[in-house]
Ligand binder design. Structure first.
Ligand SMILES: Nc1ncnc2c1ncn2[C@@H]1O[C@H](COP(=O)(O)OP(=O)(O)O)[C@@H](O)[C@H]1O
Ligand SMILES: [Mg+2]
Length: 206
């Protein structure tokens, strides 16, 4: 088993599942957390991630297939995607892909799912499709405030990791997000993003 990534939240291995190239995501015990709480958090995120990863397919969002879930051991075996992380694509490709990401996020929100960790490292581009991963912090919610948190984080990531293409990527993202959720909803979510941003600025001043 080859370690692909040791993350703050989980370790990712490349392995085989029933002969299929597979990614194993394990949430290991964290000693700094109370052990009962730790187990609950890891189990809950494992269950949530595998459920949401499967559910989103019903409304046309691409995500890896879930092969097997071991709740007690906090393990998910899933389809290994050969594609590239959107984060690592050339700039022009990132700009183009952000339009697709806007469509995907609009679709998630329209169907009552907040992703919870919208970064360019949680989208994989494979051939002509964009796959979403990392649903451990996803929530079922229709609240404008929650959807705005998703958008705010994505905007922040574009600002920090892709500053030179920020305007074009964000513009393309919003254009297709708006197409999916509709203008009134788009406006409400965006004005909530401004509220969050102004709170952030205020916090910096104080
Ligand atoms: N199904 C997959 N196919 C290919 N690579 C994956 C897959 N799942 C995760 N990865 C790789 O592992 C990294 C971390 O996985 P992720 O689920 O985002 O966990 P984390 O919580 O550590 O961010 C991803 O950014 C990606 O590079
Ligand atoms: Mg991730």
């Amino acid at each position: 088993m080859k370690l692909l990534k040791k993350g703050a939240e989980a370790d990712i291995y490349l392995t085989l599942w029933n002969g299929n190239k597979s990614v194993l995501k394990i949430r290991e015990k964290k000693d700094y957390r109370n052990s009962t709480l730790d187990r609950r958090i890891r189990e809950q995120r494992t269950i949530r991630e595998s459920n949401v990863m499967s559910d989103v397919k019903s409304f046309g969002v691409c995500s890896p297939l879930v092969y097997y879930v071991d709740t007690k051991m906090c393990k998910i075996f899933m389809q290994h995607m050969e594609g590239k992380l959107v984060r690592d694509l050339p700039n022009q490709k990132i700009i183009k892909t952000c339009e697709e990401i806007g469509k995907i996020v609009g679709n998630l929100h329209k169907n009552g799912i907040m992703h919870g960790d919208l970064t360019t490292s949680n989208f994989l581009s494979m051939r002509d499709k964009v796959f979403v991963i990392d649903f451990g912090l996803a929530q079922r919610t229709d609240k404008v405030e929650d959807h705005a948190i998703d958008l705010r984080l994505f905007k922040e990531i574009l600002n920090s990791a892709h500053a030179d293409i920020m305007e074009k990527s964000w513009g393309g993202f919003l254009k297709s997000y708006k197409k999916v959720v509709g203008l009134p909803r788009h406006n409400r979510v965006l004005s909530q993003v401004s509220v969050i941003e102004s709170r952030g600025r205020y916090a910096n001043v104080v």
